[in-house]
Design a protein around this ligand. Structure first.
Ligand SMILES: Cc1ncc(COP(=O)(O)O)c(C=O)c1O
Length: 378
């Protein structure tokens, strides 16, 4: 059976040049980068090179780059690092953030009674309005969180506008740029936000590696205490091979053809199944992402049926304590519960070509007919 991987927003296959870069660290730079001897210096050189590559790519100073274990750690590092600075405060976050942000904020605020938060809903198209974010600020707001692009719908958020407004109020902004990286140009000199988080595996780098870019002067309490690596901001022996792999992946993906394929897919799908509802379709979106629901078909069942036919796709619903929960993103956008439970996400890779649209749509149609006839019998 032919297999199709259409879940690039979940993770991207590791690129060959990434494996080569990582192997060369294992072979020639195996030392501890904090060691003073030749082996340590070799490793330090590789780490410095990787840091320099990230800094050039993002247009920041190399001292701004903190290597982490991924997007989850970068996000948690900021939330907990800001909260550890005072006994009380308030956080504004959008209602469509990744769990690495919204669950971290919810849990830490429930642990520390002096801290509260306000979640701001997006409009029906999945875009959070800058004005709504700023209206949610209080006198004691100490952090704002807004992702650059949403992982489910791909909808791009007004991070520039929000950051300008935050700067005027002296509130630091955390931008989760995990899904934005590789999809369009990221110039952090232009954005100039206090904290921006990234993950390597979304762009063909290794899993378990990421970065937090901190603006000069931005302050955090450290989450990881120990040897004082990463200028005391993240202790622990650095993952040199991971950092080199991350650097090797930067700029390697070209998504310029993806929007054409995605739009073709959506056109063919609605021609075949006119009741399909798309989410965020008329918004500025990451070029590879399509989120939709086919009324009457439960997302998880659809996903499993597609899997049996060789298609790796994602559903918007999340698994929590063994129960299927509706997509919090779609609920926040005002979608009814049944839609939030039956959504499917297709995220194309850079090599997707138009013929895949045909096979994908005919597979979805086949599953729809099969499930309908099964439910008719039941
Ligand atoms: C928007 C967003 N933020 C954070 C993460 C977490 O990144 P990581 O898997 O590197 O921990 C993801 C991963 O899906 C994501 O999509």
């Amino acid at each position: 059976m032919k297999q199709f991987y259409l879940d690039y927003n979940a993770t991207c296959p590791q690129l060959p040049q990434v494996s080569t870069a990582m192997q060369s660290v294992a072979d020639d730079a195996f030392g501890n980068p904090s060691s003073l001897h030749w082996a340590g210096r070799n490793a330090r050189r590789k780490l410095d090179d990787a840091r320099e590559t990230l800094a050039e790519y993002f247009k920041v100073e190399s001292g701004s780059v903190v290597f982490t274990s991924g997007g989850t750690e970068s996000n948690n590092m900021v939330i907990q690092g800001v909260m550890a600075q005072s006994d009380s405060g308030h956080i504004v976050l959008s209602a469509i953030e990744h769990p690495a942000i919204f669950q971290a904020v919810e849990q830490w605020c429930s642990r520390y009674s002096g801290w509260t938060f306000t979640m701001v809903k997006p409009d029906k198209g999945g875009c959070v309005q800058a004005e709504a974010m700023m209206n949610a600020c209080q006198a004691n707001t100490k952090l704002m969180c807004l992702m650059w692009a949403n992982n489910e719908t791909g909808v791009v958020q007004p991070v520039f506008e929000v950051n300008e407004a935050c700067k005027a109020k002296g509130i630091p902004l955390l931008v989760d740029a995990v899904q934005a990286l590789g999809k369009f140009e990221i110039n952090l000199n232009d954005l100039d936000a206090d904290f921006v988080s990234f993950s390597a595996h979304k762009i063909g780098g290794p899993r378990g590696v990421g970065a937090l870019i901190m603006k000069r002067g931005a302050r955090l309490e450290s989450l990881m205490i120990g040897g004082g690596q990463e200028r005391g901001r993240r202790s622990g022996t650095e993952n040199v091979a991971g950092a080199a792999g991350f650097a090797a992946a930067l700029g390697a993906l070209d998504y310029s053809q993806a929007a054409q394929v995605r739009d073709m897919f959506e056109k063919k799908l609605v021609e075949s199944i006119p009741s399909t509802v798309f989410f965020g379709q008329n918004q500025q979106r990451t070029p590879n992402t399509s989120m939709f629901c086919i009324p009457g078909l439960e997302g998880e069942t659809l996903l499993m049926q597609m899997d049996l036919m060789g298609f790796a796709v994602a559903s918007g619903s999340a698994c929590s304590s063994g129960k299927r929960e509706p997509s919090h993103v779609l609920l926040a956008m005002g979608a009814p519960d049944f839609q939030a439970r039956s959504s499917l996400r297709i995220s194309f890779g850079v090599d997707a070509e138009e013929p895949v649209c045909e096979v994908l749509v005919s597979a979805l149609l086949k599953v729809k007919v099969r499930l309908k006839s099964m439910s008719g019998r039941g």
